[in-house]
Design a binder for this molecule. Structure first.
Ligand code: F6R
Length: 607
């Protein structure tokens, strides 16, 4: 999704902006642009192109000097991907340039008004109204900061913006409302970006802006303000991710790197959180004592896409280990249906990026209604993490590939810890607590064992990749695994994949089964094994081919992937891994853009 980079300091801005934009490429985009201001000449130069950052770099001439600048990668919402619609956008006299993430909801009305006053628009975007509005308000005031503040008062919608003015070549003004902006503090230079990924090459000292805040960056520092111009005090914090996290590390794709990292990333999620003496989980960040943890009568989990599916695994874990009714729902649905918020329900929001707008809006709605919300989030200091009352960080490191893998397994592991905690303050026995603690500790080694089967899984992916569609089925604990397996396959290989509870097959989708519609069946060795094997028999009786993922081989299936057995509650985490590798190799076999699948963005910061 759209990305912003800004720089002010003593150096040439363009290479820094281009490098920053490259670091944001993983988020998905269709065009890119930069604008710089040369201090002595007070002149603004801009280049923008439809296409990749490399195309932009090729379009930037050698003489593109300036020590202040802004850059952008655009993901089209209003208007097709084109050179004109790419950001930055200029005002009429080309003095002011802006880049914008988010959506201006009243853009049509503002545009009409501006056009009525004679303004000629150069793009179809909602964002361009901002450059013209700021040009107007700048005539009423002496500072760019105040001009931006006044213009933003006229705007309804979400934004992260960065603004430069050739007449004020020493400063960049940034502001946020619903779309992230992070400031990076350097040595006599300042940066800003929509994502720390663009900053870590230059600095690890960052400051997150809150919604409604505006910041003025100068080479020698920064000031932050509320929307009504009151100065705010901000504490910088140190990001522990570095550029190495954003390299492919010798792997062909980020996705394969991130799948392969999982023994380590799940280990990091668990590290220091398992207590062997009392067989409990230490989750300092949830900010709840035992009494409070006991007081909840329900748990409601919200997230989007794969985060939601990991929440389904979480709900199952909480019901089984803590015996509290729990369910998961897409955050995007939850926020729109005016949910009843109960005081004795614990709400849990899941997000890898911590930026997903639907999840953030759902958390904000919950907070408005007095709900108690925990976050299970990967990105430290992100908007969702800050909005929640407490939570669990995944510590999985940045996830670059658009399709989520390591964040999924780490979230499921974090839920196991939360379920253990909620269980042990209730009726989960010490013996069961120990069983889960031991099981959790075995996970990293068992994930390693699954990864050694990559060649076998690759061969299966090649065998099935050319089918027109695939069915994924699982029962109870296996169902969210099936959903995530189908999600991975469809998003990166574009093979149609449908997930169903195994028990529902005969109520409709069995009609689809034929030799061209193979089924991936998730069949753990649990109390439902026999029922699952019966389902396989039903599929075979309709000439359906079956790839079974479970803990044993069977003649009922054409092919099997056998994963190591853990405790039944934790098995879903391990059963997910082969499906990630299967989807990856199917996508490679079909020649797909694995890390940046078509039409998708890494973090969905719009509604
Ligand atoms: C799928 C995928 C998406 C995300 C979803 C939520 O592989 O990556 O479905 O899970 O967009 O993103 P976060 O977790 O950043 O809130």
């Amino acid at each position: 999704m759209c990305g912003i980079v800004a720089y002010v300091g003593p150096k040439d801005a363009a290479p820094i902006l281009l490098e920053g934009l490259q670091r944001l490429e993983y988020r998905g985009y269709d065009s890119a642009g930069v604008a710089v201001v040369e201090k002595s000449a007070k002149s603004l130069k801009m280049r923008k192109v439809k296409g990749r950052v490399a195309d932009l770099a090729a379009a930037v001439p050698a003489r593109f000097k300036g020590t202040l600048g802004i850059g952008h990668t655009r993901w089209a919402t209003h208007g097709v991907p084109s050179d004109q619609n790419a950001h930055p956008h200029l005002c009429a006299d080309e003095r002011i340039a802006i880049v914008h993430n988010g959506i201006i909801e009243n853009a049509d009305a503002l545009r009409q008004r501006l056009e009525g006053d004679g303004v000629v628009f150069r793009s179809e975007t909602d964002s361009e109204v901002l450059s013209h509005l700021i040009a107007r308000t700048s005539k009423e005031t002496d500072t760019l900061e105040e001009a931006v503040r006044r213009a933003l008062k006229l705007v309804v919608g979400t934004y992260g913006i960065a603004v430069i003015d050739a007449e004020r070549p020493g400063e960049v003004v940034v502001a946020r409302n619903g779309s992230p902006i992070v400031l990076g503090i350097g040595e006599k230079e300042m940066f800003a970006a929509s994502d720390v990924a663009a900053l870590v090459r230059y600095t690890r000292q960052v400051v997150h802006l809150e919604d409604g805040e505006l910041a003025v960056l100068r080479a020698d520092g920064f000031s932050t303000f509320t929307s009504d111009a009151r100065e705010t005090a901000k504490e910088p914090f140190t990001v522990d991710w570095d550029t190495g996290h954003y390299d492919t590390g010798g792997y062909e794709h980020y996705l394969l790197k991130e799948i392969s990292e999982q023994p380590d990333t799940v280990g990091r999620t668990l590290r220091g959180r398992i207590d062997d003496r009392f067989h409990i989980a230490h989750l300092g960040g949830i900010n709840m004592d035992a009494r409070e943890s006991r007081s909840f009568r329900r748990v409601k989990i919200i997230g989007c896409g794969s985060a939601y599916y990991s929440g389904q695994i979480g709900a199952q874990l909480i019901e089984e280990l803590a015996r509290i009714p729990a369910d998961a729902e897409p955050a995007s649905e939850f926020r729109y249906r005016s949910p009843v918020v109960e005081p004795d329900t614990l709400y849990v929001a899941i997000s890898q990026s911590g930026e997903t707008y639907d999840t953030l809006a759902a958390v904000q709605e919950l907070k408005r209604k007095g709900g108690r919300v925990l976050g299970i989030v990967n990105t430290v200091g992100s908007a969702i993490a800050r909005e929640c009352d407490g939570g669990v960080y995944l510590h999985a490191g940045p996830e670059v590939s658009v399709a989520s893998t390591k964040a999924f397994t780490s979230t499921a592991a974090a839920f196991a810890l939360l379920a253990l905690h909620l269980g042990r303050v209730r009726d989960l026995s010490p013996a069961d607590g120990r069983r889960i603690c031991d099981g959790l500790r075995r996970l990293p080694e068992q994930i390693k064992e699954i990864l050694t089967q990559e060649e076998h899984i690759r061969a299966l992916a090649l065998k099935y990749a050319h089918c027109p569609g695939m069915m994924f089925v699982g029962r109870v604990r296996g169902y969210p695994v099936a959903r995530e397996g189908a999600q991975k396959l469809k998003e990166i290989s574009y093979v149609h994949a449908e997930a169903y509870p195994a028990s529902e097959l005969k109520h409709g989708p069995l009609a689809l089964i034929n030799p061209d519609m193979p089924t991936v069946a998730i069949v753990p060795d649990d109390e439902l094994l026999d029922k699952n094997l019966t389902t396989l028999g039903e599929i075979r009786a309709r000439s359906g081919r079956i790839l079974m993922v479970g803990h044993r081989t069977t003649d009922q299936a054409d092919d099997c992937i056998v994963v190591p057995k853990n405790e039944i509650e934790l098995d879903p985490i391990l059963l997910t891994i082969p499906l990630q590798l299967f989807a990856y190799h199917a996508a490679v076999a079909l020649g797909r853009d694995v890390d940046k699948p078509r039409n998708l963005a890494k973090s969905v910061t719009v509604e």
